[in-house]
Design a protein around this ligand. Structure first.
Ligand code: PAF
Length: 278
């Protein structure tokens, strides 16, 4: 595994081999490592980028405290990745970023309501990473489903030539989706947090087995979260394909964000037409 700080050196190291990029902000956990292992099956060279992107954090968010432990991250990637790309702020943003990507209305819904500039920051840095590293494929986790859909649209509509692969969410034994932000939870909050996934699963099963209106199911789910000590940010049932209006007998995604103390958790469950949950 080579650690590289410049885009030019990444491209030289890849040469004319096929490559797959796993973009991360570091603070690696088993979920990231699963993405990297999957990436290994897709191309000749596996590149993992580690960059805490200032553009996707609002001033009141956790940019300063986001877990940064590059040496430990690199150790974990030693036998899994070929290249770990750790650009500096100057490499990513040599000029103040005055050019941005205009996103579809999906970017202002769900996570975009409480984080209005988040998806613009994400798609900008991902577009830069694609242009810098020029991978054939990029792997994203299904936990950030809205992000993955918007990145996919950006990649297709701007003709980056990068195919987006989604990898299933990796969970702790009690169902909590792995996330670098889980580190912020106190012991008591860590006990409360799995209620988010339980509620999503329960709602997805209800959606499949009875005719209750989605709005009623979401209202019940929000009460369940509240009873479990979480504060719902949003809880929605949408079409899995594009997070538009849900259509019966097609795949539907139940997606939610909830506050557990000061930590905002997000997760989702898709129910397929045959009732399988993914
Ligand atoms: O999902 C993340 O970790 C980040 O949003 C990403 C895609 C690496 C962009 O900074």
């Amino acid at each position: 595994m080579q650690r590289i700080n410049t885009a030019h050196a990444v491209r030289t190291a890849i040469g004319n081999r096929s490559s797959v990029l796993v973009p991360t902000m570091g603070g690696l956990h088993a979920g990231h490592l699963a993405l990297v292992r999957h990436a290994r099956t897709l191309a000749d060279r596996v590149v993992v980028s580690i960059y805490v992107n200032p553009l996707q954090f609002a001033p009141n968010e956790d940019y300063a405290t986001y877990p940064r432990r590059i040496e430990k991250d690199c150790e974990q990637l030693q036998t899994l990745a070929d290249i770990v790309y750790t650009p500096s702020d100057d490499e990513m943003y040599p000029q103040a970023q005055t050019v941005s990507i205009a996103l579809p209305p999906l970017a202002t819904q769900f996570c975009g309501v409480s984080r209005p500039l988040f998806f613009q920051g994400v798609t900008t840095v991902v577009c830069k990473l694609f242009n810098q590293c020029r991978p054939d494929i990029a792997v994203f986790g299904r936990k950030d489903y809205q992000q993955a859909l918007l990145v996919d649209r950006m990649s297709q509509q701007l003709n980056t030539g990068v195919k987006i692969e989604l990898h299933p969410t990796v969970r702790a034994a009690d169902g909590l989706a792995l996330s670098s932000r889980n580190e912020y939870l106190t012991a008591e909050q860590r006990q409360q947090a799995p209620a988010l996934y339980r509620t999503l699963q329960h709602t997805a099963r209800q959606l499949h087995t009875n005719n209750t209106a989605p709005a009623t199911l979401c209202a019940t789910a929000q009460q369940q979260l509240h009873a479990a000590g979480l504060r719902s940010d949003y809880f929605a049932i949408r079409a899995a394909a594009d997070l538009g209006e849900p259509v019966a007998k097609t795949a539907r995604t139940v997606l939610a964000a909830a506050w557990c103390g000061d930590t905002r958790l997000i997760d989702n469950v898709t129910v397929l037409p045959d009732g399988t949950l993914v």
